[in-house]
Design a protein around this ligand. Structure first.
Ligand code: TXA
Ligand code: MG
Length: 311
């Protein structure tokens, strides 16, 4: 085991916070069984205490020990997608304190695939509570440098595992109420879930458990940002008087101060999305225009983050 992983595990055991890479985004980790450690985590995030947090484990067996009445559907999804970018919401067992569930009777469980996350989980030997390692409401970090820029002195150690491979947060499926509900789209798409489950997966209803990814404005840059249908982009640019930054699929337009181009393909787009939003936010423009992606299921994760960034 590397000395850095060992140091990180020791910090967690003492109730401290560690930034670490996962394949989706960087997480800010704390000992999920310690009320004090989780309180420290919420304080560093500036996150309200009634918001539940995802708990990470090295494998499905340890993850499921924090849940009760684990349904077949959970075992099927775990067998197919864990370790990987999927979070399951299940009824919690006695092991899961109410301080990680926001007082709810359910728990969010995830088994990440990133080798550094896996090494840390194995060295620590328990559940690690970890929201994305940014301040509440801001764009999630996809590099160790993003974490240091956001949280600075509030985090003792940030493990560097390179840029996140997925780039947007895990797909969240709620299995606590019988029929599966997609609470947050991600790299794993609704059709992929339906194929494994053999049943339809519905989208979030208004009465689903509270979760901060479900707040209207989230994952948001500070510069006002707007989503523009592709056929209106040209007209919008022609109308502008102020300096604008554009995120688009097409080639740069010389009337525009700052132009970033992302791939016309959802996996590559998601990978670079948050770094792109940070870059556009820092470009010193009055507003950001984002060319809207297609309405297909493969783009649902990216579309969800863009809608939130522009609401
Ligand atoms: O990809 C990810 O999931 C990243 C990495 C670090 O694993 N984590 C992440 O955590 O995105 P966070 O806290 O930023 O977002 C987790 C979402 C929140 O919207 C949270 O409220 C929701 O999951 N959640 C957690 N437990 C829940 C529960 N019991 N019921 C409903 N939603 C829950
Ligand atoms: Mg977050």
């Amino acid at each position: 085991m590397s000395p850095e992983i060992q140091r990180a595990a020791e910090i967690l055991k003492r109730g401290g916070l560690v930034g670490f890479p996962t394949e989706t985004v960087y997480g800010l980790g704390a000992d999920a069984s310690s009320r004090e450690a989780v309180a420290r985590l919420y304080a560093a995030k500036r996150r309200p205490a009634d918001h539940p947090v995802i708990v990470h484990f090295a494998d499905a067996e340890s993850a499921f020990s924090w849940a009760r009445d684990v349904p077949d559907s959970a075992r099927k999804l775990a067998a197919k997608f864990w370790p990987g970018p999927l979070t399951l919401i299940l009824k919690r067992s006695a092991k899961a304190g109410d301080f990680v569930t926001g007082g709810q009777d359910t728990i969010g469980l995830r088994v990440p695939a990133h080798p550094v996350a896996q090494a840390l989980l194995r060295a620590f030997g328990g559940g690690i509570a970890a929201p994305s390692a940014n301040r509440f409401g801001a764009v999630s970090p996809t590099t160790a440098a993003h974490v240091r820029a956001d949280l600075g002195e509030d985090v003792a150690l940030v493990l560097d595992g390179g840029p996140s491979e997925v780039g947007i947060e895990s797909t969240i499926v709620d299995l606590s109420g019988g029929a599966p509900v997609l609470l947050r789209p991600g790299r794993i798409t609704r059709p992929e879930l339906e194929q494994v489950l053999g049943t339809p997966v519905s989208e979030r209803r208004a009465d689903s458990p509270r979760h901060s990814g479900g707040l209207e404005r989230h994952y948001a840059p500070k510069t006002p940002a707007r989503l523009v249908p592709p056929h209106e982009l040209d007209r919008e640019i022609a109308r502008l008087k102020d300096k604008v930054a554009v995120l688009a699929f097409s080639r740069p337009d010389e009337r525009v101060e700052y132009w970033l181009r992302l791939p016309r393909e959802p996996v590559g787009y998601a990978q670079r999305l948050y770094a792109a939003l940070r870059e556009l936010d820092g470009a010193g423009c009055e507003s950001i225009l984002i060319e809207a992606p297609p309405e297909t299921p493969e783009w649902a994760g990216v579309r969800d983050r863009l809608v939130r960034a522009t609401t």
